[in-house]
Design a protein around this ligand. Structure first.
Ligand code: NAX
Length: 326
């Protein structure tokens, strides 16, 4: 058996974590041969609820769960963390403007970025799930100057998986028949789900579905899926978000399959003309615990326009919290 790794999760008493923690502890994320120590962060008023979650984790008697730490202090929860899944965030309250939401979260993620910088493993892999995920990841990254910026990512894998499900449904295929889906940009309604590179059982996806369906049904359905779930369920996506977080870290740590890629929001290196430093979702391949942005894809005018819209939104979010960035 391998030595245990430390996995920090914030917002650990929330609804995504209620699904996520059990999947991590059962080995779905890092493999059935990898013991884990969970290091769980919550705000002080949620510590009792968190103790209840830990009781349930104990009661599962997971063979791979080598320990559990709970804390309301980021420096304790992130100590020597190999992975940090930043799920907790400030939700939008009544009367709260987008700007207020950005600022409230900037405060949380600057504190957490500093704590990661101080105490986490120097190789820590960070996934931000809490919204606005891309900009929260940017804030955490900028507050962690001693860590490699490439180790800060945000989650667009749920959008990627939603896109796979929509295309599979339309073409009567299985999601596993689809390769090379892309989500570009922000995890928000401006994201651009792009099927121009995708194939279904080896055939170009764009040739299998009507263009009109793609533009007026597929793209808005994927963009608005989160809102549709809130409307139907009365609560935001939780199990699917947890499942996608598992997928994101698993593929980053253990690699993507040959001939395919996944979508991850990562610091732009200027690829495809996207402003350097923005946390922007790209197609990536992963190997040996590292990712590379897929290069050389042809971008037509339709795609370029949508990629720019979502880039512009990320610029505006960043500029909205510029006074809080070091
Ligand atoms: P919940 O409100 O159920 O849970 C959030 C938890 O975070 C709460 O228990 C809260 O006490 C805790 N928390 C708040 N501030 C904290 C802090 N400073 N440190 C530690 N913990 C803190 O929300 P849940 O449904 O679990 O969603 C969590 C976040 O994921 C939200 O921001 C949500 O918008 C976001 N999502 C992101 C998705 C993505 O694809 N990137 C999809 C799903 C989800 O909407």
């Amino acid at each position: 058996m391998k030595n245990p790794v430390r996995v920090a999760v914030t917002g650990a008493a929330g609804q995504i974590s209620y699904s996520l923690l059990f999947r991590i502890a059962s080995g779905d994320m890092l493999g059935k041969d990898q013991p884990v120590i969970l290091q769980l962060l919550e705000i002080t008023p949620a510590m009792d609820a968190l103790r209840g979650v830990v009781m349930e984790l104990e009661d599962c008697a997971f063979p791979l769960l080598a320990g559990t730490v709970i804390s309301d202090k980021p420096e304790e929860a992130f100590a020597d963390a190999d992975y940090a899944l930043l799920v907790g965030a400030r939700p939008r309250g009544p009367g709260m403007e987008r700007k207020d939401l950005l600022e409230a979260n900037a405060a949380i993620f600057s504190v957490q970025g500093k704590a990661l910088n101080a105490v986490a493993s120097r190789q820590v892999k960070v996934l931000v799930v809490g919204n606005p995920a891309n900009t929260n990841a940017l804030i955490a990254q900028r507050n962690a100057p001693d860590l490699d910026p490439r180790n800060f990512t945000a989650m667009t894998r749920l959008d990627h998986n939603r896109a796979l499900a929509q295309l599979a449904g339309k073409t009567g295929a299985a999601t596993t028949d689809i390769r090379q889906m892309i989500i570009w940009g922000n995890h928000s309604a401006t994201q651009y789900p792009d099927i121009s590179q995708a194939s279904v059982k080896g055939d170009a996806a764009a040739g299998l579905v009507p263009r009109e369906w793609y533009e007026t049904d597929f793209i808005p359905t994927v963009q608005q899926r989160g809102a549709a779930i809130i409307k139907a369920r009365g609560a935001s996506s939780a199990a699917s978000a947890a499942s996608s977080a598992i997928d994101h870290i698993r593929d980053w740590a253990l690699g993507t399959p040959d001939g395919d890629w996944v979508s991850m929001a990562v610091p732009s290196d200027g690829s495809y003309g996207i402003e350097e430093g923005l946390i922007y979702s790209f197609p990536v391949t992963c190997k040996n615990g590292d990712y590379s942005i897929v290069q050389g894809l042809e971008i037509d005018a339709f795609s370029r326009q949508r990629m720019t819209v979502t880039e512009q939104e990320l610029r505006e979010e960043r500029d909205g919290v510029a006074h809080l960035l070091p």
